[in-house]
Design a protein around this ligand. Structure first.
Ligand code: FAD
Ligand code: NAD
Length: 473
C-alpha cells in the first residue's frame, strides 16, 4: 500500500462482482484505479459467501442424491456415504482459487487493492476523498477524481427471529453447517431458501419452507412457479405457503417458531433444529460517509442514480447497493457501463435483459416479461410451450420434468419473454437473451438450426409453437 499513488482516477469501494469488474475494466481502459475491500479476500458476497460456495454445495449434493437414487437405474450400483467435511473443503478450495484469481487479475490490470474499510470523506467537485481504515486501525486518505460505491448488500433480518449461531442462521451460516440438520425450517421460498433448502434436503434433512406469499420463486412467471413448487414437493420439500412467522423461541435442541396464516387465523408452532432466514437482502452502506457528499439513500436504503451517477458530482453507484435485481451479472453490467461512462464512452444496461436463474434440480431460468406482467401492461402476446418430456436428450437422460415457454408480441412476433423450468435451464436461457438483445423474434429462434440431440431443441420447439408448428411433441 505504501507505494500506491495517492491520487486516483477512480477509487471503488467494495471488491465484489460490481467492484472488481469495475476495477478491472478501469485498468483495461488505462485509468489509475484502486479498489477498497475490507474482507481478507476479494470477490465480495458472490465469491466468498454467495453464488460460488452455494453452487459448489448444489453440485456436490446433487451428485450425492443422484448416486443414491438414480444411478442404479442406469446400471451403476453404489452406496454413497456422505463426508460433509470433505464436501465443505472442496467448496472452500474452489472459493479460495476463485478469490485468488481476482487478485491475479488486479495485478495484471494494475489495480491497487486498498485493504480496509473505506469511507467517503467529501468531494469538492473536482477531487473526492476516500479514507481507508486498515485492520490495525491506521487510516490513510486517498484522492479520487471518481468514487464508485459498490458496497453490496447483507441479509435482511426478520423482526422477532434473532440470529443465533448454528440455530437461527442466514445464508452464510447455511453454507458452513458442520452437520446435516434433522429438520431445517426455511423462512422465505425465494432463491436462497430454495437453493440452500435443496442442498440440505438432498444431504438428508427434512426441510419445511414457510413463505408469506402464495407463490414460490420471488417474482417468477406463475405457471412456472406452480410447476417448480410441485417438483420440489415431489423431491420431499414441505411448503407452508401463505404463512407468516410471528416469533421464535430458542429451546435446548432447536427453535420453536410461531406461525399463522398470512391472512389471519390460528397460530401454531413449528419446531426445527435449524432455521434459515432467507427473506431477502438489503443494501449495505454502514459507515460509508454518504452524508459527507450529501447523498441520502432511499427509504429502503438503496443509493439511487441516473446512469450510475449519484446526486453528488464524481460519486457513482453500482451493484446490489443500488436499484435493479440483486444479481452478480447485473452488478457486472453496471460496473462496465459506469466505468465506460467515466472514461467518456457510452454505457448502458437494459434491465429487461438481465436473466434470472435458480440452480435447483431441475433449474429455473427466465428473461424478459412474465405472462402476468404482459397482461397487466395490456400487451397482446402469443405463446409457445414445449415439454422436456418430448425432448429426446432429456428423455435419454431421464430429465423429463419441466417445459419451455416462449412469449412473443402478437402483432410483430418480437420476443418478449422466455421461461424455462428444466434441465440446464440456466445454460439454455442465453439464447433467448441474445435474441432479445438483437430485438429478434420467436421465428428467429424457430428457424435457427439447433443441434440434435440437445435440450436446446426444446427452446426451438417452444418458439416454433408460437406459430403452431411444433414438430417433436
Ligand atoms: P457484494 O458482492 O456484496 O460485494 C460488496 C463488497 O464490498 C463486499 O466484499 C464487502 O466486504 C465490501 N464492502 C462493503 N462496504 C465496504 C467498505 N465500507 N469498505 C470496504 N469494503 C466494503 N447472484 C447471482 O447472480 N447468481 C447466483 O448464483 C447467486 N447466488 C447467491 C447465493 C447466495 C447465498 C447469496 C447470498 C447471494 C447470491 N447471489 C447470486 C447474489 C450475488 O452474490 C450479489 O448480487 C452480488 O455479490 C452483488 O455484487 P456487489 O459487488 O454489488 O456486492
Ligand atoms: P428473495 O427475494 O429471492 O426471496 C425472499 C422470499 O421471502 C420471497 O418469496 C418473499 O415473499 C419471502 N418473504 C419475505 N418476508 C417474509 C416473511 N416475513 N415470512 C415469510 N416469507 C417472507 O430473497 P433471498 O432468497 O433472500 O435472496 C436474496 C437475493 O440474493 C435475491 O435478490 C436473489 O436475487 C439473490 N440470489 C440470487 C441467486 C441466484 O441468482 N441463483 C441465488 C441466491 C441469492
Amino acid at each position: 500500500m505504501a507505494d500506491a499513488p495517492q491520487t486516483y482516477d477512480v477509487v471503488i469501494i467494495g471488491g465484489g462482482p460490481g467492484g472488481y469488474n469495475a476495477a478491472i475494466r478501469a485498468g483495461q481502459l488505462g485509468l489509475k484505479v484502486a479498489c477498497v475491500e475490507m474482507r481478507s479476500t476479494l470477490g465480495g458476497t458472490c465469491l466468498n459467501v454467495g453464488c460460488m460456495p452455494s453452487k459448489a454445495l448444489l453440485h456436490a449434493s446433487e451428485l450425492y442424491e443422484a448416486a443414491g437414487k438414480d444411478f442404479a437405474g442406469i446400471g451403476i450400483e453404489v452406496k454413497p456415504k456422505l463426508n460433509l467435511g470433505q464436501m465443505h473443503k472442496a467448496k472452500d478450495d474452489s472459493v479460495e482459487a476463485l478469490t485468488k484469481g481476482i487478485e491475479f487479475l488486479f495485478k495484471k490490470n494494475k489495480v491497487d487493492w486498498l485493504k480496509g474499510r473505506g469511507r467517503i470523506a467529501g468531494h469538492d467537485g473536482t477531487l473526492g476523498k476516500v479514507e481507508v481504515e486498515a485492520a490495525d486501525g491506521s487510516k490513510t486518505t486517498y484522492d479520487a477524481k471518481n468514487i464508485i460505491i459498490a458496497t453490496g448488500s447483507e441479509p435482511t433480518p426478520l423482526p422477532g427471529v434473532a440470529f443465533e449461531e448454528g440455530k437461527v442462521i442466514d445464508s452464510t451460516g447455511a453454507l458452513f453447517l458442520p452437520k446435516v440438520p434433522k429438520h431445517m425450517i426455511v423462512i422465505g421460498a425465494g432463491v436462497i431458501g430454495l437453493e440452500l433448502g435443496s442442498v440440505w434436503r438432498r444431504l438428508g434433512a427434512e426441510v419445511t419452507v414457510v413463505e408469506y406469499l402464495d407463490k414460490v420463486g420471488a417474482g417468477m412467471d406463475s405457471e412456472v412457479a406452480v410447476a417448480f413448487q410441485r417438483g420440489l414437493a415431489k423431491q420431499g420439500m414441505t411448503f407452508r405457503m401463505g404463512t407468516k412467522v410471528t416469533g421464535a423461541k430458542s429451546v435446548k435442541d432447536g427453535v420453536e417458531l410461531t406461525v399463522e396464516p398470512a391472512a389471519g387465523g390460528a397460530a401454531e408452532t413449528l419446531k426445527g433444529d435449524v432455521v434459515l432466514v432467507a427473506i431477502g437482502r438489503r443494501p449495505y452502506t454502514e459507515g460509508l460517509g454518504l452524508e459527507t457528499v450529501g447523498v441520502t439513500p432511499d427509504q429502503r436504503g438503496f443509493v439511487g442514480h441516473d446512469h450510475f451517477k449519484t446526486s453528488a458530482p464524481g460519486v457513482w453507484v453500482i451493484g446490489d447497493v443500488t436499484h435493479g435485481p440483486m444479481l452478480a451479472h447485473k452488478a457486472e453490467e453496471d460496473a462496465v457501463a459506469a466505468v465506460e461512462l467515466i472514461a467518456g464512452k457510452p454505457g448502458h444496461v437494459d434491465y429487461d435483459l438481465v436473466p434470472s436463474v435458480i440452480y435447483t434440480t431441475p433449474e429455473v431460468a427466465w428473461v424478459g416479461k412474465t405472462e402476468e406482467q404482459l397482461k397487466a401492461a395490456g400487451v397482446a402476446y402469443k405463446k409457445g410451450k414445449f415439454p422436456f418430456a418430448a425432448n429426446s436428450r432429456a428423455k435419454i437422460n431421464h430429465e423429463t420434468d419441466g417445459f419451455v415457454k416462449v412469449l412473443a408480441d402478437a402483432a410483430t412476433d418480437k420476443l418478449l419473454g422466455v421461461h424455462i423450468y428444466g434441465p440446464q435451464a440456466g445454460e439454455l436461457i442465453s439464447e433467448a437473451s441474445m435474441t432479445m438483445a438483437f430485438g429478434g423474434s420467436s421465428e428467429d429462434i424457430a428457424r435457427t438450426c439447433h443441434p440434435h440431440p440437445t435440450r436446446s431443441e426444446a427452446v426451438r420447439q417452444a418458439a416454433m409453437g408460437v406459430e403452431g408448428w411444433t414438430m417433436q411433441a
